[in-house]
Ligand binder design. Structure first.
Ligand SMILES: NC(=O)c1ccc[n+]([C@@H]2O[C@H](COP(=O)([O-])OP(=O)(O)OC[C@H]3O[C@@H](n4cnc5c(N)ncnc54)[C@H](OP(=O)(O)O)[C@@H]3O)[C@@H](O)[C@H]2O)c1
Length: 476
């Protein structure tokens, strides 16, 4: 919301500034110029040509003083045709040559009896002035032009505009520091002998989290849906960290069969589980293998079932933790139990906005699931936390297709996102920070405890969601 507001303020500021500094008032004077003679230097193009044309319309004799005979004569002809004023003529003048200037003046004074208006419009042809004869003059003119530009620019209106831009930039950097930048987790805890599952550990925040856990000596299971991507990521982390105990195990959260099979294999082959990080999520349309809305199935029901199946092992290995990666988007979420019951979805529709709504709802489910899980784990050695990782450059928005959402996505990624390593810091905090056991069930952002909205910590809603989740994965 703050970001959108920021964009709106930026656009309004742009339009006001454009109106003040770019838009020009039209000259409405009605004076006629019959009998007057005007010289416009550089009158063959741009502002000079437009000025000359308007003076011709008002009846003046207009001399286009230009360096190029061909371009000057063409412009004079064009103005004559357009305005019906035949007294528009070309005379050669090269301001980069004092000889040419003298010759122009001489001829002009000889053939033209009057001069009422001299418009020095032509820009200095820098390329020619940089020649050896005029290098001194060019430097002098440039320095003078720069001084003139500074004095012209520092008008009160422009000062206010610059100040406004500076304030805007400072505001952006402060907001970026507060909302995007993530504090680095500085805990030094080692994890030798610990086993950790990271779902979706093959890319983005999950991969950065897994790498840091591997550095600290843990046995890390990357639970991913793609064998190829999962194995490649495991290999990469092994090579980078020198920890050979990083392995891939297949888990597709869009299939309850796959989740059960993963849990069964894991419990058979791995003696311990110290930390379960429910990180994987998506914002894609479609249905899971079990007929649930994709976002409901992968982002909430999948982690719910996986956690339930592994809970006994976590209890056996306590103190242990469950970390659920949610999002600040949960704040925009609601839980429509009728929609879940009737359609097995978190929101209807398939536009990008509908998907975002379902995604926000699923992230609210993560917070409520953590809240209820903590209550059910009271008296055990297992604690759980949910969190917002920040705004992070990852593949999460890969299924966004509509053009306006693509624009928002591009702006967000460019100006409002951090890298996955930074995005992993709050997950690491929830997973490894010492002495936060009394905060089990709570939500963190930027490694700090944050109070969620009442709906996200409502015992009744959390219990109802738990019951319906059990039903949807055949546990009730
Ligand atoms: N990025 C952000 O700005 C942001 C902000 C707030 C919260 N988050 C949360 O952070 C977590 C990580 O997201 P990310 O940004 O790192 O996104 P990401 O780069 O898209 O990573 C998501 C991971 O989830 C996996 N995944 C998707 N569907 C799956 C399925 N059916 N079964 C198993 N794994 C599946 C993906 O696997 P594939 O590679 O095979 O697709 C990928 O490994 C998510 O919970 C997200 O909601 C992210």
């Amino acid at each position: 919301m703050i970001f959108f507001l920021f964009i709106v303020v930026l656009l309004v500021a742009y339009f006001i500034a454009h109106r003040i500094f770019v838009h020009r008032k039209t000259f409405t004077g009605t004076s006629k110029l019959y009998g007057k003679t005007v010289i416009v230097t550089g009158g063959n193009t741009g502002i000079g040509k437009a000025t000359a044309a308007e003076l011709a319309v008002r009846g003046a004799r207009v001399i286009l003083a230009c360096r190029s005979k061909q371009r000057g004569e063409a412009a004079a002809q064009e103005i004559r045709t357009e305005t019906g004023n035949d007294a528009v003529i070309f005379m050669q003048l090269d301001l980069a040559s004092q000889k040419s200037i003298r010759s122009f003046a001489e001829t002009f004074l000889k053939v033209e009896p009057r001069l009422d208006l001299l418009i020095n419009n032509a820009e200095h042809p820098h390329s020619r002035l940089s020649g050896s004869v005029y290098r001194g003059a060019w430097l002098f003119c440039s320095l003078l032009s720069f001084c003139m530009w500074i004095s012209a620019t520092l008008t009160t209106a422009n000062m206010i505009f610059f100040l406004f831009i500076v304030v805007l930039l400072v505001a952006y950097f402060i907001a970026h520091r507060i909302f995007v930048h993530r504090k680095t987790f500085t805990g030094t805890v080692k994890l030798y002998g610990k086993t950790i599952i990271v779902t979706g550990g093959n890319t983005g925040i999950g991969k950065a989290t897994a790498a840091e856990l591997a550095v600290r000596g843990a046995r890390v299971i990357l639970a991913c849906r793609s064998k190829q991507r999962g194995e490649a990521a495991a290999q990469e982390i092994r090579t980078e960290t020198g920890n050979d105990a990083v392995i891939f195990m297949q888990l597709d959260l869009a299939s309850q069969k796959s989740i059960r099979s993963f849990a069964e294999t894991f419990l058979k082959v791995e003696p311990r589980l110290d930390l379960l990080i429910n990180n994987a999520a998506l914002a894609a349309p479609g249905r899971t293998e079990d007929g649930l809305g994709m976002i409901l199935g992968v982002n909430h029901i999948g982690p719910f079932l996986l956690t339930s199946l592994l809970l006994e092992r976590l209890k056996e290995c306590g103190p242990s933790r469950v970390v659920n990666v949610s999002s600040c988007g949960h704040d925009l979420g609601t839980i429509d139990f009728d929609c879940i019951n009737t359609h097995k979805k978190l929101a209807l529709g398939s536009s990008d906005v509908d998907l975002f709504r379902a995604y926000a709802n699923s992230k609210l489910c993560n917070v409520l699931f953590t809240h209820e899980l903590a209550k059910r784990l009271e008296g055990t050695n297992v604690t759980c936390y949910s969190l917002h990782p920040g705004s992070v450059r990852t593949e999460l928005t890969r299924d966004i297709n509509e053009w306006h959402m693509r624009i928002i996505k591009a702006i967000m990624i460019k100006f409002w996102a951090t890298d996955p390593v930074s995005g992993a810091q709050t997950t690491l905090y929830g997973a490894l920070q010492e002495n936060i056991e009394h905060l089990s069930g709570r939500y963190f952002s930027d490694s700090q405890l944050v109070q969620v909205k009442p709906e996200a910590r409502d015992d009744g809603i959390a219990k109802k969601l738990w019951d319906i989740s059990e039903k949807l994965c055949g546990m009730a």
